[in-house]
Ligand binder design. Structure first.
Ligand code: IVH
Length: 692
């Protein structure tokens, strides 16, 4: 159990008063950094921990809360001074490789997808990965006309004025260029310039930045571009976004063209032909890391041939044709002061180490994840231990090892709690699972609020102005305790205008934002429910398969009986494993979930699945099964292609199957298809259908 909780009664009122004031100041400081300076110095989890500590203490000493009580304040609205820009081509992120195995997995995956032989080279451009912020630059007839941040990948902010102040961004491209072209790259700050700038900031009593990346972010998102102009920002070009015409056939060709137009490239780069080449490049760059003037967090490998890039396509938000290979993390030694237990949205009890703050590769670290109960036992981690911690890129710090030789004689093994620290319900561990979970469900405040945060999050209901911070304060004020409460807020006549920092206008804005989401696409709704294991892609799969909420609900209820056809058809879907199927079925069988959804449906409606592809294809809505070995493309490429054309790919043949594509050495599936009278296609017939 958390030390904070149990130690509250032992603290004197004087100490409590000082601690409350300290926490309130810290929260307000981090609010400003987050909302106004765009340069948070602590993670969301650390911020939440501050608020939680404050809350616990304030509950015990309500008469001692300071004037700047953070519980009375709704998080400052983000600066909204920039116009929004919708990216013509989404700005995606990259998957990560952490070791050499991940790199060979990457090339193996590509070979499989493209049906390449083992002796065929996998040609990739390797480039440094700069730790800055990506930006998109539009040129019309060779003239820089608009620049934007990445934002959420779909919509960024118009920072044209600010980007115009960078000398390394050409205002006019040298030589010929397509009439409209978008260049992408990274805005960053060199380490030396960063140190000088921080010294200047300090001298004039202004806030200093934690690292070059935060400094670049803070400098770029200034509303006054004359401030940006004084900051030493630079730009590297590394990719094309939208282009009216093809300018090269390879990534290398793109880079050459960018250079000719006047961009500085992120060097040293190299053309690699195999995983071995890439690994050697990675080692070389890592070795020269400290001699380069900018911070790197790794290198990027991109398939060189742009046609192949197109064939490989994307999985959710990252390309299959590229990967970031991170550098090994930096380590430091410190003391583990305490082990606290956090309760997540799904009720998982996660142990977290509270550390004596320590600088790890330029970032102050005060917490580390301990993963789970077994990890603590395996490493025999105890309170008071000296530990080695490691930070790998943006991943949460981890404990690498314990210096058992430095341990005091009175040290005792840590005992994992068997009850939830939030609601005191029993916390149980299912057989074969590493995680202990609270059984409190909706009565457990930790789970309910986390479920709500997920419910309104970007890929779920995405309600503007109802972010984590405001949701937490509505929760604390008992205004929103369940999803339904969000949609009844207005008609309940909640007196929001009286809240500090709110006026009639902001209240109306919030109600408008909520009302705008009263019709929600089926896939978002499924995702919003926060069912265990059901992420965005499973939500999409379910929406695509069942089309309407009513149909999905009916199928899940039928599937509760494993003897039914409903269960068999459901578990035959490619992408639905047994464990996931059971979590889904359990969710739908739970009475209070059905009640919650019924209440919600009085307030909102769920729109049926809409086919994304504008034109229906011969495969739209068809269920297809692939069996045997295909010659022209790998199984994954065939699957991706079928899905892109609107088909569902199933793993086994049933009476609902429309087509079975039979490759070489097909087994029983072909026979089953024949017995059921399902249309059988040869590989050539499938290709003809797919390309028709
Ligand atoms: S290519 C489809 N190349 O890393 C992804 N990104 O983790 C296209 N980055 O948002 C990105 N150096 O801000 C690419 N040489 C490089 C990069 C690079 C840094 C950043 C970029 C991107 C992030 C993805």
């Amino acid at each position: 159990m958390s030390k904070k909780k149990s130690s509250v009664p032992e603290i004197t009122p004087l100490e409590a008063k000082a601690e409350l004031a300290r926490l309130a100041d810290a929260i307000s400081h981090h609010d400003t950094l987050y909302h106004q300076n765009d340069a948070p110095e602590i993670s969301d989890a650390e911020y939440d921990a501050l608020r939680k500590s404050y809350k616990v203490l304030a509950e015990s000493f309500p008469h001692l809360v300071p004037a700047n009580n953070p519980e009375k304040k709704v998080g400052a609205a983000p600066l909204s001074g920039f116009a929004k820009v919708k990216h013509r081509v989404p700005m995606l992120s990259l998957g990560n490789a952490f070791d050499t195995q991940d790199v060979t997995d990457f090339t193996d995956r590509i070979r499989r997808f493209l049906n390449m032989n083992e002796d065929q080279p996998v040609d990739c451009m390797a480039e440094p990965k700069i730790d800055g912020l990506s930006a998109s630059l539009f040129y019309e007839n060779g003239v820089f006309v608009q620049g934007a941040t990445r934002g959420d990948g779909e919509i960024g902010e118009d920072i044209t004025q600010n980007l115009s102040t960078l000398a390394t961004i050409p205002k006019k491209l040298t030589g010929n260029a397509p009439a409209i072209i978008e260049i992408r790259g990274e805005v960053y700050m060199e380490r030396g310039n960063f140190i000088e700038m921080n010294a200047r900031q300090e001298q004039s009593g202004k806030p200093i930045f934690a690292n070059p990346r935060n400094a670049a972010a803070g400098s770029l998102r200034q509303l006054d571009s004359s401030i940006t102009a004084t900051r030493p920002l630079k730009f590297f070009g590394y990719a094309l976004g939208y282009s009216e015409a093809r300018i090269a056939d390879t990534q290398m060709g793109v880079r050459t063209q960018l250079h000719q137009w006047g961009f500085v490239l992120n060097e040293p780069s190299a053309l690699c032909h195999s995983a071995e080449d890439m690994i050697a490049y990675h080692a070389k760059i890592e070795g020269m890391r400290s001699t380069l003037p900018f911070d790197l967090d790794g290198v990027v490998y991109k398939i060189n041939d742009l046609d192949l890039q197109e064939r490989l396509g994307f999985v959710s938000r990252s390309p299959r044709w590229a990967i970031a290979h991170k550098f090994s993390a930096e380590e430091a030694e410190t003391t583990l002061n305490d082990i606290i237990i956090q309760v997540g949205r799904t009720g998982a009890l996660t142990p977290v180490a509270e550390l004596e703050p320590v600088n790890v590769g330029g970032v102050m670290v005060s917490r580390a994840t301990l993963h789970n109960e077994d990890e603590i036992i395996r490493k025999d981690i105890r309170k008071g231990d000296r530990v080695i911690i490691r930070r790998a890129g943006d991943v949460i710090p981890q404990i690498v090892s314990v210096k058992t030789e430095a341990r005091k004689a009175d040290s005792v093994p840590y005992i994992f709690p068997t009850h939830c620290p939030e609601c005191n319900s029993e916390a149980v561990r299912n057989e074969g699972e590493a995680v202990r979970r609270c059984t409190g469900g909706l009565i457990c405040s930790a789970q309910a609020i986390e479920r709500l945060i997920h419910f309104v999050s970007r890929d779920a209901f995405d309600i503007e102005g109802l972010g984590e911070r405001s949701l937490r304060s509505f929760w604390d004020e008992n205004l929103i305790k369940s999803p339904v409460d969000i949609f009844t807020l207005e008609k309940r006549g909640a007196d929001l205008e009286k809240r500090e920092g709110w006026g009639a206008k902001s209240v109306q804005k919030l109600f408008d934002a909520i009302n705008a989401k009263r019709i929600i696409p089926l896939e978002r709704f499924i995702y919003a429910l926060g069912i265990r294991q059901v992420g965005e892609s499973t939500a999409k799969l379910l929406a695509r398969t069942y089309r309407s909420w009513a149909a999905l609900n009916a199928q899940m209820i039928e599937a509760a009986d494993h003897e039914t056809r409903g269960y068999r058809d459901f578990t035959a879907l490619d992408g639905i494993g047994e464990a996931m199927a059971n979590d889904l079925i359990r969710f739908f069988s739970e009475m209070h979930n059905q009640e919650m959804i019924a209440a919600l449906l009085n307030e909102i409606s769920i729109s049926d699945w809409q086919q994304n592809e504008s034109a229906a294809t011969a495969l739209t809505g068809k269920t297809i099964v692939f069996t045997g070995t295909l010659q022209a493309m790998g199984r994954n490429e065939a699957k991706a292609k079928a899905e892109k054309l609107g088909a569902y790919v199933a793993g086994s043949v049933s009476s609902k199957t429309d087509y079975v594509v039979v490759g070489a050495d097909a087994g029983s599936k072909g026979e089953k298809a024949r017995a059921l009278g399902v249309t059988i296609l040869s590989e050539q017939e499938w290709l003809d259908l797919a390309n028709s």
